[in-house]
Ligand binder design. Structure first.
Ligand SMILES: Nc1ncnc2c1ncn2[C@@H]1O[C@H](COP(=O)(O)OP(=O)(O)OP(=O)(O)O)[C@@H](O)[C@H]1O
Ligand SMILES: [Mg+2]
Length: 215
């Protein structure tokens, strides 16, 4: 069975990368070859090898196969700002076809490819395109990471609803305890009733293994 997923979240900084790394481990424990991509990244460091993004480096290192950095991350922008604005600054255009090209190359080598998005769901990639267009081209089901903190019910419901309204498949959502002070039990139960897709698993604060994972 072939499984690949697009990983989005309720916001930036709510645990997409932490959860993607935990998903890599989860699938590797099932003896599957997993490769993760972060095709578009803003907020990079200058290095002798070129611009490098921290998320992309982590995902590249944890993947089951050694692959060149560019296969993980096709678009790297220095400034930690919205990618289409960062691309404008460089006078560059994000071409979705380039991401699809690398995804197809990786698909031949791995059992599972996990593609981390950038920011939240309605992130523009150019004047005309948003993340949704990339997800549709890649033809991937979506996993929504819900960062459990105040305000997350609204963000989670809006995001889940719009993913489905965009015509994408919401495989399910992951409850990520990104804030150790947040009382999340009642919120998780509430979201289970309201989101029209299953809770796939939970990641506790400072944990790297899912408490439950149905994938
Ligand atoms: N379950 C968790 N336990 C501990 N820390 C967490 C957890 N989830 C998120 N964090 C912390 O929150 C911060 C943001 O997490 P992460 O980088 O995974 O978010 P992201 O959604 O991938 O962000 P970006 O939009 O920049 O890609 C990190 O410092 C991370 O360590
Ligand atoms: Mg990230």
């Amino acid at each position: 069975m072939y499984l690949s997923f697009f990983i989005t979240g309720t916001d930036t900084g709510i645990g997409k990368t932490i959860c993607t790394l935990a998903l890599i481990r989860h699938f590797q424990q099932k003896n599957l070859k997993v490769i993760a991509m972060k095709p578009i990244a803003s907020g990079c460091e200058e290095t002798p090898q070129g611009l490098r993004n921290e998320d992309a480096l982590f995902l590249n290192q944890q993947s089951s196969l050694k692959i060149p950095y560019k296969w993980t991350n096709q678009y790297s922008f220095l400034e930690p700002i919205a990618p289409h604005l960062a691309a404008d600054l460089k006078d560059e255009k994000i071409r979705l076809g380039k991401v699809v090209f690398y995804f197809e190359k990786l698909r031949e080598k791995a059992d599972i490819i996990l593609v981390e998005g950038v920011g939240g769901w309605r992130v523009p990639l150019s004047e005309e395109k948003t993340l949704k267009d990339l997800v549709q081209l890649l033809d991937l089901p979506v996993i929504l990471i819900v960062g459990l903190k105040l305000g997350c019910i609204n963000h989670a419901l809006l995001t889940a609803e719009i993913i489905q309204r965009d015509g994408c498949i919401l495989k399910g959502w992951i409850a990520n305890a990104c804030d150790p002070t947040f009382e999340s039990e009642a919120v998780i139960e509430d979201l289970k009733r309201r989101i029209n897709a299953p809770l796939l698993g939970k990641l506790n604060y400072n944990s790297d293994i899912f408490e439950q994972m149905i994938l």
